[in-house]
Design a protein around this ligand. Structure first.
Ligand code: HEM
Ligand SMILES: [Cu+2]
Length: 644
C-alpha cells in the first residue's frame, strides 16, 4: 500500500476537443433505437445483471410458495403436480437464469474496465448473447404460468424425463431453455477470454493481471467444455423425445446413466462457474477494505486454476447411489476431498490479508465476513457428503438441499452482494446507503441460516427432498416452520436490498470517481465511465495500478477519436500490437436472437424447424456481417503508434 496516492485519474483528461469527439463517436442513438442497438459492454452487462436479479426474485417467489406449502403437515396450498413444477423451475431458474448469468455479466461489465480496455472483444456477439438469454428465460416462466413448467427436477434424469414417463411439452421446454442459456453463456465466455488475453492495457503483463480477471478467465475456460456438454446432452434428450432416437433408452440399447454422466460433467463444474467469480470478487474487494494487497497473489491465482482442473474430476460424487463400481466411488471420494485444498489455500490467504489489514467495516466487507461463515458450513457438509457411506444415508434428503443452498448462497450470493455494494458507485456515480445495506445484511444472514440450517436436521431425520407435503407425527413440523419463517426473513432482506438500489440510484450520496481509494484500474476513470471507458487508456506499472502509479505515468496515445477503435495487445506481456476497429451499434443481433428463439421454440413441435429456422436466421446473419463502405470501416488494422 502506498504512503501517498498519486493524483487521480492520470488517464484523464485528454485534450477537451479529443474528449468531445470521442463522446460523439461512441454515443448510442437515443431512445428505443439506442436501447435495441447498443453494443456498449456496460449497458449490456447492466441489463444482464438486472434481468438476472429479476429472475432471482421470481425464483424467490416460487421458493416462498414452496416454503408456505411446507409450513404445516398435510397442507393443501399446492398439490403434487404443481409442486413438481415449482421446485424444478426454481432450481433451473436459479442455476441457469440467475447464478451463472449474473456472474458472467459481472465479468462482462468489469473485465474491460479492470484491464483498461474500451469495450469487450466482440461487442455485437455480446448483444446477441443477452437477447438470447432473455428470450430463453421468458420461455421458462411463461411455461410455468401456463401449467407447462418442467417437472422432472433441475437435472431432468432419464428415464423420468424421457418420452415414456414425461409425455407433453414440459420437459421439451426444459431442454430448449437449456440451449438458449448455454448459447448465451458460451458467448460470454468467449468475450471474457479474448478481452482478458488480447485487450489488456500496455504494461499489464499476465503476472500483473488482477486476481478478479484471472478468476473470470478461469471461469470462462470452464464454461466452454461444461456448457457445450449440457447443450449437446439436452439436444440428445430432445431428440429422444421428439424424433425417436435412443441415446438414453435402455430398451433400444441406450443408457440412462449416460445422461447422469453428461449432466454432472457439466453440473459439478457449474458450481465452480458460480464460485470462482465469487472468489474473484473477494480478492478484488479485500484490498480496499483492508488497505493492503491480497496476501499470496500467486497462490490465489494458482489455486483458482487448480480448482478448475480438479472441478472436472469429481462429477461422479453425484452418482454414488447409482451402483457404480466401488473403485470408482473411492476414486471420486478422493478427488472430491482433494478439491478442498486449493479452496482452503485461498481462504487462508484471505484470512492473512484480513488479519494484517486495517479493516473498514462497510456493508461490502460484512458480506465478505458472512461468506466465510456460511460457505465454510456448506464446504464442511460437502466433505461429509463426499464420503460414500454417509451419502448413501442422506442421498435425496433435505440434508442435500441444506448443503447446496449453503454452498450456493454462501459461496455465490454473499460475495455477489459484497461486489454490488462495492461497484454500485462505479456504475451509477452514487453510493448505496450503508444503513439500509447493514439492515439488508443482517436480515440476509439471519434469514439464510434460519431457512437452511434446520434442513440439515430434517435430512438427518429422514425427510426426503422434492415432496410436496409430509404426514403429521414425523417430528418434522418444527424445523419446517423455522425454515419457512427464515424464507420470509430472506424475502424482507431482498426487499431492503431492492429498496436501497432504487432509492440510492436517484438519491444516494454522490460517490466521486474513486470512493474506496482502491487499487485497480476501473477506478481510474470517471464513475459512471464514459461509453469509451478511458479517453486515453492507461499504462500499467504494477499489480496495483492506481497505488503503484507514479505521477508521470505514461498513457496510450494515438487511438482514433473520430471512429471506434480499440488497442489490441499481446497475450503474455500486453505489448501494443495493433489498433482494431470496434463495430458500430446495430439492430441485427436483436433480430438474430428472435430468429434463434423461433428456431428453438418451433423445434419443440416439429423437426422441420431446423430447416425454416435456419432460413430465418440466415438474413440477419448476413446483414450483421455485411461489409461497410471503406470510408465507414477505416484503418482495418494499422500498427499501434505511441503506446507507452
Ligand atoms: C433465496 C432463497 C431460497 C429459498 C428460500 C430456496 C428454497 C428452496 C426450496 C424450498 C427448494 C425445494 C426443496 C425440495 O422440495 O426438494 C429448493 C430447491 C433448490 N434450490 Fe433453492 N432456495 C433459495 C435460493 C436458491 C438459490 C439462490 C439457488 C441457486 C443459486 C437455489 C438452487 C436450488 C436448487 C438447484 C434446488 C433443487 C431443485 C431440484 O430439486 O430439482 N436456490 N430451494
Ligand atoms: Cu459436485
Amino acid at each position: 500500500m502506498p504512503a501517498s496516492i498519486p493524483p487521480l485519474p492520470a488517464a484523464e483528461p485528454a485534450d477537451v476537443r479529443e474528449v468531445r469527439e470521442l463522446a460523439r463517436t461512441w454515443a448510442d442513438a437515443s431512445g428505443l433505437r439506442g436501447w435495441l442497438t447498443t453494443v456498449d459492454h456496460k449497458r449490456i452487462a447492466k441489463r444482464y445483471v438486472m434481468t438476472a436479479f429479476a429472475f432471482f426474485a421470481l425464483g424467490g417467489i416460487d421458493a416462498l410458495i414452496m416454503r408456505t406449502q411446507l409450513l404445516r403437515p398435510e397442507n393443501q396450498l399446492v398439490g403434487p403436480d404443481r409442486y413438481n413444477q415449482l421446485f424444478t423451475v426454481h432450481g433451473t431458474n436459479m442455476m441457469f437464469l440467475f447464478a451463472v448469468p449474473v456472474m458472467l455479466a459481472m465479468g462482462l461489465y468489469m473485465v474491460p474496465l479492470l484491464v483498461g480496455a474500451r469495450n469487450v472483444a466482440f461487442p455485437r456477439l455480446n448483444a446477441l448473447g443477452y437477447w438470447v438469454y432473455l428470450f430463453g428465460g421468458i420461455l421458462l416462466w411463461v411455461a410455468l404460468l401456463s401449467d407447462t413448467g418442467p417437472d422432472t427436477g433441475w437435472f431432468s434424469y432419464v428415464p423420468l424425463s424421457g418420452p415414456e414417463f414425461s409425455p407433453g411439452k414440459r420437459v421439451d421446454v426444459w431442454a430448449q431453455m437449456i440451449t438458449f442459456t448455454e448459447i448465451s453463456g458460451l458467448i460470454s465466455a468467449v468475450e471474457i477470454i479474448v478481452t482478458a488475453l488480447k485487450c489488456r492495457a500496455p504494461g499489464m503483463t499476465l503476472g500483473r493481471m488482477p486476481i478478479f480477471v484471472w478468476a473470470m478467465l478461469v471461469t470462462a475456460f470452464m464454461v466452454i467444455p461444461s456448457l457445450s456438454m449440457i447443450a449437446t446432452a439436452s439436444q440428445m434428450l430432445a431428440m429422444d423425445r421428439l424424433v425417436g432416437t435412443h441415446f438414453f433408452n435402455v430398451a433400444e440399447g441406450g443408457d440412462p446413466l449416460l445422461w447422469q454422466h453428461f449432466f454432472w460433467w457439466f453440473g459439478h463444474p457449474e458450481v465452480y462457474i458460480i464460485f470462482i467469480p465469487a472468489t474473484g470478487f473477494i480478492s478484488a474487494l479485500l484490498p480496499a477494505f483492508t488497505r493492503r494487497p491480497v496476501f499470496g497473489h500467486n497462490a490465489v491465482v494458482l489455486s483458482s486454476i487448480a480448482t478448475a482442473f480438479l472441478g472436472f474430476g469429481v462429477w461422479v460424487h453425484h452418482m454414488f447411489a447409482t451402483g457404480i463400481l466401488q473403485l470408482a466411488s473411492s476414486f471420486f471420494t478422493a478427488t472430491s476431498i482433494m478439491i478442498t485444498i486449493p479452496t482452503a489455500v485461498q481462504i487462508f490467504c484471505w484470512i492473512v490479508t484480513i488479519w494484517t489489514g486495517r479493516l473498514q467495516f462497510t456493508t461490502s466487507f460484512l458480506f465478505i465476513l458472512g461468506f466465510f461463515v456460511t460457505f465454510i458450513i456448506g464446504g464442511l457438509t460437502g466433505v461429509m457428503l463426499a464420503s460414500v457411506p454417509f451419502d448413501q444415508q442422506v442421498h435425496d434428503s433435505y440434508f442435500v438441499v441444506a448443503h447446496l443452498h449453503y454452498v450456493l448462497l454462501g459461496g455465490g450470493a454473499f460475495p455477489l452482494f459484497a461486489a454490488i455494494y462495492y461497484w454500485f458507485p462505479k456504475w451509477t456515480g452514487r453510493m448505496l446507503s450503508e444503513r439500509m445495506g447493514k439492515l439488508h445484511f443482517a436480515l440476509w444472514l439471519v434469514g439464510v441460516n434460519l431457512t437452511f440450517f434446520p434442513m440439515h436436521l430434517l435430512g438427518l431425520d429422514g425427510m426426503p427432498r422434492r415432496v410436496y407435503t409430509y404426514p403429521d407425527g414425523m417430528g418434522w413440523t418444527g424445523n419446517n416452520q423455522l425454515a419457512t419463517a427464515g424464507a420470509y426473513v430472506i424475502a424482507l432482506s431482498v426487499l431492503a436490498f431492492v429498496g436501497n438500489v432504487l432509492w440510492s440510484a436517484r438519491r444516494g450520496v454522490r460517490a466521486g470517481d474513486d470512493p474506496w481509494v482502491s487499487d485497480s484500474l476501473e477506478w481510474g476513470t470517471s464513475s459512471p465511465p464514459p461509453p469509451y471507458n478511458f479517453a486515453r487508456p492507461p499504462v500499467v506499472q504494477g499489480r496495483a495500478p492506481l497505488w503503484d502509479r507514479t505521477p508521470d505515468a505514461p498513457v496510450v496515445v494515438g487511438l482514433a477519436t473520430d471512429r471506434r477503435e480499440i488497442l489490441v495487445t499481446t497475450a503474455m506481456d500486453a505489448e501494443p500490437d495493433h489498433r482494431h476497429p470496434d463495430p458500430e451499434p446495430t439492430i441485427w443481433p436483436f433480430v438474430a436472437a428472435i430468429a434463434v428463439s423461433v428456431f428453438f421454440i418451433a423445434l419443440m413441435f416439429t423437426p422441420w424447424a431446423v430447416v425454416f429456422g435456419s432460413a430465418l436466421l440466415f438474413p440477419p446473419l448476413v446483414a450483421w456481417g455485411w461489409p461497410r463502405r471503406p470510408n465507414q470501416a477505416p484503418g482495418v488494422t494499422t500498427p499501434a503508434e505511441g503506446g507507452a
